[in-house]
Design a binder for this molecule. Structure first.
Ligand code: FEO
Ligand code: CA
Ligand code: CA
Ligand code: CA
Length: 594
């Protein structure tokens, strides 16, 4: 199951085979490379953090200073003028039961506050300084003043059109200007001025509104699918922390916390080089289950940030700041993300596409259609996108922009509801789409701010045409794809390196019957010109592989092993699974992939 030598000048490594062993508990990387654990859940980050306790008995105060759980999107920020020292910044998306000594989270009883606080502390972002040692190997700088944890308990400023708006006010923040924390931080973005953008994905899972009549009328809850009975989907924090009970209470200021869910679903800008700076929620980007904010920078300083909204039948968006980036005056960029235009994509059957502006007074977005103002359009971006006729997609995850052509690639990870809940179309062509696809598009004149584009499918993931299953029968046609090279399912993470290699990371449930031939989750590399795909690395059972960053010389690469389902990185059959960043280098010291 390894791919053969090819004509691609970009893929200069031998592919690794799928790993179907149900006990596979390691990382396997291509021959000639080394992958070592670098940064795991619980590792000390901030000054005074205790060493991680293998029985998970560290309390929430310790967790606030230690690495969070579920490492996801990640970026490297070089210190200006230095190529051997930088800040590695990564998201901690959510948490797993092994966070606690019992290895369990019981949502059938009120949650203990100490557990809830530890879970909140394990969400967010880590900033860690890294540098190259005398031996050339990258290592952490344990006492760096830049080492920082941001969590669900960190104060943040709300900026942009919704700052201080009536719809952002709650019992605990009557100003509508400040919020504690960031949630479900999945993929990321970077700005040309060197800040990190963390994106709030599945925030609706953390709230509940038990008032049926209110829920039915409140589009800002209903369209995002908050829980209505029992507990919130994730962790039942509302049983210990009333901020997550979004039921309206008429006797409380601003109805209690009914508007708290309005304060999540945004892009949060963090300056990793200023450890004192408050993170800033940028509301001009609009609110949805935001997967990423991938930058495209034009030669004249105009920009776009591309985002998926990862749910079945949701949309692809871009945000175009009104201003331009001026490299000669980076301080002037401070508030560039507070004004601009949010667009949503329509993919037409003839291979053309339109960016539809989500602007009050345009495209039918007005009072008569239920949008009182531009602020409500941004807050209810999904409903606005429904109204303008955007194309419902197969769970849009990451976007990646080619470093020289600015061609944009988007992963559509899978959608088992396609064909039933959403009709088939050219961009989403398979019913019960378990394996997903990668789509690519070119903006008119390679201008990030264009309102038209052309698009095509780069590949459909899944089994080769004519493949037979373990039962000897032909694989169903909707599970076959067009991969030129190594087998995979459910593309999710996606990033270009500086040389134009397209790296693809997968996220599928490796115990599902349809995934048996795929084995454990994978990191693959594709040549965008020849479309060849080769498997570079495989992770341990139960993990997702996500997040990718490089040193400035491309000779070190970091990738995240998220939620391993087996003992890892201990790989001893007994120690707790820990989400872990691995550092990958080439044994001959060369550029990764070369
Ligand atoms: Fe957190 Fe859509 O992945
Ligand atoms: Ca993802
Ligand atoms: Ca995913
Ligand atoms: Ca994930």
């Amino acid at each position: 199951a390894c791919s053969k030598a090819s004509a691609s000048p970009l893929l200069n490594f031998k592919g690794v085979p799928v790993q179907i062993d149900p006990q596979f508990d390691r990382v396997l990387v291509a021959e000639g490379y080394r992958a070592v654990p670098f940064f795991s859940w619980g590792d000390p980050v901030e000054a005074g953090a205790p060493a991680w306790n293998p029985d998970a008995s560290d309390d929430w105060q310790a967790q606030l200073k230690q690495a969070g759980d579920n490492h996801d999107g990640m970026d490297f920020f070089a210190f200006p003028g230095e190529s051997d020292r930088g800040l590695l910044v990564m998201n901690h998306e959510y948490i797993n039961p092994p966070l606690h000594p019992s290895g369990k989270i019981d949502q059938t009883k009120p949650r203990p506050l100490a557990e809830v606080r530890k879970e909140q502390a394990a969400h967010g972002v880590s900033v860690i300084e890294v540098k190259q040692g005398a031996d050339g190997q990258w290592q952490r700088v344990m006492d760096s003043p830049y080492n920082r944890r941001i969590s669900m308990l960190t104060g943040m400023r709300i900026a942009g059109p919704l700052a201080g708006h009536e719809l952002m006010k709650t019992a605990s923040d009557p100003s509508g200007l400040e919020v504690f924390g960031t949630l479900n931080n999945c993929a990321t973005g970077v700005t040309p001025w060197g800040t990190f953008l963390t994106c709030e994905e599945n925030w609706p899972n953390y709230f509940i509104n038990r008032d049926k009549a209110d829920f039915a009328a409140r589009i800002s809850h209903k369209r995002y699918g908050l829980a209505q009975e029992g507990t919130s989907k994730n962790y039942a924090w509302e049983t210990a922390d009333p901020r997550f009970d979004a039921t309206p209470y008429a006797d409380q200021l601003h109805g209690g916390h009914v508007q708290e869910p309005h304060r999540f679903g945004w892009v949060v800008e963090i300056d990793p080089f200023d450890p004192q700076a408050q993170p800033i929620k940028r509301t001009a980007f609009g609110r949805f289950s935001r997967e990423c904010a991938a930058l495209s920078l034009g030669t004249d300083g105009r920009m776009a940030f591309y985002s998926g909204d990862d749910a079945k039948g949701e949309y692809v968006y871009k945000f175009v700041p009104a201003g331009r980036f001026d490299a000669g005056n980076p301080k002037a960029s401070r508030d560039l993300l507070d004004s601009g235009t949010l667009y949503v994509a329509r993919f037409d059957a003839d291979g053309s596409g339109q960016w539809l502006a989500l602007v009050h007074g345009q495209n039918g977005l007005d009072v008569a259609s239920g949008f009182a103002s531009q602020e409500e359009v941004l807050l209810n971006a999904r409903a606005a996108a429904d109204r303008v006729g955007a194309t419902p997609m197969d769970r849009p995850e990451w976007a990646a922009v080619h470093p020289s052509t600015r061609e944009v690639y988007v992963t559509l990870t899978n959608n088992d509801g396609r064909g039933a809940k959403q009709p088939l179309d050219k961009a989403n062509p398979r019913p019960q789409n378990l394996h997903g696809q990668i789509l690519r598009f070119n903006e008119k004149n390679a201008d990030p701010t264009a309102t038209t584009f052309t698009w095509e499918l780069f590949l459909l993931a899944g089994e080769p045409q004519g493949a037979k299953g373990q039962d000897g029968k032909a694989v169903a046609v909707n599970l076959t794809g067009t991969i030129n090279g190594d087998l995979f399912s459910s593309p999710d993470g996606l990033a270009f390196d500086a040389h134009g290699r397209l790296w693809i990371q997968t996220d599928y449930d490796d115990i599902e019957p349809a995934m048996q031939s795929m084995g454990c989750n994978q990191l693959l590399c594709a040549d965008p010109r020849t479309r060849e795909v080769r498997r570079f690395m495989v992770g341990p059972r139960g993990c997702e592989i996500t997040g990718l960053a490089w040193s400035p010389d491309g000779k070190a690469m970091w990738a995240n092993i998220q939620h391993p389902g087996i003992s890892f990185p201990g790989s001893d059959g007994k120690s707790r699974p820990r989400s872990t960043t691995v550092l990958i280098t080439k044994l001959d010291g060369g550029v990764i992939g070369s």
